[in-house]
Write a protein that binds this ligand. Structure first.
Ligand code: SF4
Length: 431
């Protein structure tokens, strides 16, 4: 039986797509290999959203070149955001790669496998979850619902690499979730670069709220999450759906990126700081237990000390549960790369990044300390260093000790210790 290894670099979207590719390869007779050197086929799923990720891709391609030299029969496939429209150019630069296919372009993958003499169809790939019946190792599954992005934020490479938005039909997503639930999944996270755009390209224009309503009716599914939202596109209908649907978790990822209007304009984000803050207030009003995560870019071209201070003040005022902060790095081909000089020095970017991390650590510590003594419901994912761990509906990571097999269970945990990053507790009783 031929063996495959999938090497995934990047976000949850890439991980979810790799899982789909793995499931497809399983269904056409491949077996998973423990390491690339034991595989007949290596799929490299790539990310180039930051320069550091692209460097990892280049390093991995170098390693694969060595493997190919040792074993010329090894097939190497590359997908993900590294694959741009200039496939011929990629082929010339990386002759060790047998086949490049665009992220989510499963028909290209199935064509390649057909050419290798393995008879299959794209439909087979889409149905892959139905073909498997074994229990899955994790109770949590990630499901892409929309590919690509139509927004073109000035710093972002995604729309150029992943293309324009394409939504998966609502029935297909619901069907896949039902099949995963049969295999032991209790929580699904719906993925998209902008989940608020879901459905506008489908017949009848169903939206994310409609999809959540359908999924909420699935027996034995306990929780539904989704990411990432766009502040410009999130609708009142969605906020009301989160508030009213009992399985939809009270947690939102809502990237603000900057607390300064001029920087937001240069980023082409499509909202002002005040509009963003109003949106947050409305969300907190309608969904009182909501937890909120955001993304920040520091050192965007031209960002002055004052402009950075506006971001800093916003974080102190809005008090997010989690802040993902990154220093700006220019990505060739983007609008910001064409229009603006990367003129904030690495030292200044580093200082701003560390100030954001510091202030956020204090805010997160205070928010998490409110959980002290409370009983929370945790969906147990797995065990690490002798402790079980899982997440609350509000996406707090919780650790606890127990001698029983708790994997996949919803447990009541009394919180005894808190930190900015996680909570610790003991089992109160099984639900
Ligand atoms: S919304 Fe902006 S940052 Fe997000 S993927 Fe689209 S272009 Fe990139």
């Amino acid at each position: 039986m031929p063996r495959y290894f999938i090497w995934t670099i990047g976000c949850q979207m890439n991980k979810a797509e790799s899982a789909r590719i793995a499931s497809y390869l399983d269904s056409i007779g491949y077996q998973v290999a423990a390491a690339p050197k034991e595989a007949d086929l290596v799929v490299l799923n790539t990310c180039v959203v930051r320069q550091s990720a692209e460097n990892r891709v280049l390093g991995t391609l170098g390693l694969l070149k060595g493997l190919k030299r040792e074993r010329p029969n090894l097939s190497i496939l590359v997908t993900g955001c590294f694959v741009d429209s200039n496939i011929e150019g990629l082929k010339r630069r990386f002759p060790q790669v047998d086949f490049f296919f665009k992220p989510g372009a499963y028909s290209q993958l199935t064509s390649w496998t057909q050419k290798q003499g393995i008879s299959t169809t794209e439909q087979g790939l889409l149905r892959c979850a139905h073909n498997d019946t074994g229990k899955l190792s994790s109770p949590c599954a990630f499901i892409p619902i929309i590919q690509g992005c139509n927004r073109f934020c000035s710093y972002c490479i995604v729309p150029y690499r992943r293309g324009r938005e394409i939504s998966r039909p609502l029935e297909e997503v619901v069907c896949e979730v039902k099949e995963l639930v049969k295999r032991g999944v209790k929580e699904v996270t719906l993925l998209g670069q902008n989940v608020d755009s879901y459905g506008h390209d489908l017949p009848g224009n169903p939206d994310l709220a409609d999809l959540l309503t359908e999924l909420n009716g699935i027996d034995d599914l306990a929780r539904i999450r989704f990411l990432t939202n766009h502040p410009k596109d999130i609708s009142q209908k969605l906020i009301e759906a989160i508030a009213s649907l009992n399985k939809v978790c009270e947690h939102l990822e809502l990237p603000v990126q900057s607390g300064d209007d001029d920087i937001l304009k240069a980023m082409r984000r499509g909202y002002s700081v005040e509009q963003y803050c109003e949106l947050l207030r409305a969300i907190r009003h309608h969904i009182p237990p909501v937890s909120l995560s955001t993304d920040i870019i520091v050192g965007f071209p031209g960002e002055t000390e004052d402009q950075f201070e506006h971001t800093f003040s916003l974080l102190k005022e809005m008090r997010f549960d989690v802040v993902h902060v990154a220093a700006y790095s220019p990505r060739s081909g983007t609008i910001a790369w064409r229009k603006y000089e990367d003129n904030v020095t690495p030292e200044v970017k580093k200082k701003r990044l560390s100030r954001v991390e510091q202030v956020q650590a204090g805010i997160a510590a205070e928010i998490n300390s409110t959980y002290q003594g409370k009983i929370v419901e945790v969906l147990v994912e797995s065990k690490k260093k002798g402790k079980w761990y899982g997440r609350t509906r509000s996406d707090k990571l919780v650790f606890f000790a127990d001698n029983n097999d708790c994997s996949g269970q919803l447990m009541k945990i009394r919180i005894e210790k808190t930190s900015p990053w996680s909570l610790q507790g003991k089992v109160e009783y099984n639900s």
